[in-house]
Design a protein around this ligand. Structure first.
Ligand SMILES: NC(=O)c1ccc[n+]([C@@H]2O[C@H](COP(=O)([O-])OP(=O)(O)OC[C@H]3O[C@@H](n4cnc5c(N)ncnc54)[C@H](OP(=O)(O)O)[C@@H]3O)[C@@H](O)[C@H]2O)c1
Length: 180
């Protein structure tokens, strides 16, 4: 029996709900020492085989020297033609989010990690294409920034699956998006 692949956001936010400063800076997050177990990310990685990036998140990662794990598919969503050259293992997709997500779910594989940022999360959410959110709330306010989900009027009920507290004060909330 095959179960449908889930699309899951697994992301960290500041205590006031931002994923990055207005200029994309995530030093407030990346400079924190992580406790043993790294917030369950190694286990989570075993459940996915595809990562989806908004174009801005991809470019921020490139600028900051992040290397991409080529053991997973890495797909960047953009509405523009892809750049002339992209690092090995990166695919650009310009298809609309809804049909793209349906097509991806229809192929064999593990779950899919929607990495962010807020723009692409908003687009997937509004197409009903996010199954779960795992949100690690960092005990720091940053005052202003890029929100977890690009703002617009919404009402999206969530079912809390678990809440886990780590020794450094991070709280990880695992929600299922209720299909309406
Ligand atoms: N805290 C964390 O754990 C975390 C995780 C991930 C990202 N981030 C941070 O988030 C920041 C970027 O977030 P962001 O919200 O500005 O950008 P984003 O979501 O990463 O990228 C937005 C881009 O996605 C593309 N896109 C394709 N289809 C779209 C659609 N239907 N609707 C909207 N966008 C679509 C567009 O690219 P084109 O303009 O090319 O068309 C759009 O400009 C970065 O600084 C990154 O470091 C933080």
């Amino acid at each position: 029996m095959t179960t449908e692949r889930k699309i899951i956001v697994n992301i960290a936010t500041s205590g006031d709900g931002y994923i990055a400063r207005p200029d994309g800076d995530i030093e407030w997050l990346s400079s924190r020492p992580a406790p043993k177990g790294f917030y369950g990310i190694p286990e989570f990685l075993r459940t996915i085989d595809t990562k989806l990036f908004g174009r801005k998140t991809f470019e921020h990662a490139l600028r900051t020297g992040v290397t991409f794990d080529t053991k997973t598919r890495n797909i960047v969503l953009s509405r523009q033609p892809p750049p002339a050259s992209v690092p090995a293992g990166i695919e650009f997709v310009t298809e609309a989010v809804g049909p793209f997500a349906e097509r991806l779910r229809g192929t064999e594989g593990k779950d899919i990690w929607l990495m962010g940022g807020g723009g692409i999360i908003g687009a997937f959410l509004d197409e009903g294409q996010i199954d779960e959110f795992i949100i690690s709330v960092i005990p720091t306010f940053i005052g202003e920034g890029i929100p977890l989900i690009a703002p617009r009027h919404r009402l999206v009920p969530l079912q809390l699956l678990s809440a886990h507290t780590f020794p450094d004060g991070v709280v990880q909330l695992h929600y299922r998006v209720q299909k309406t």
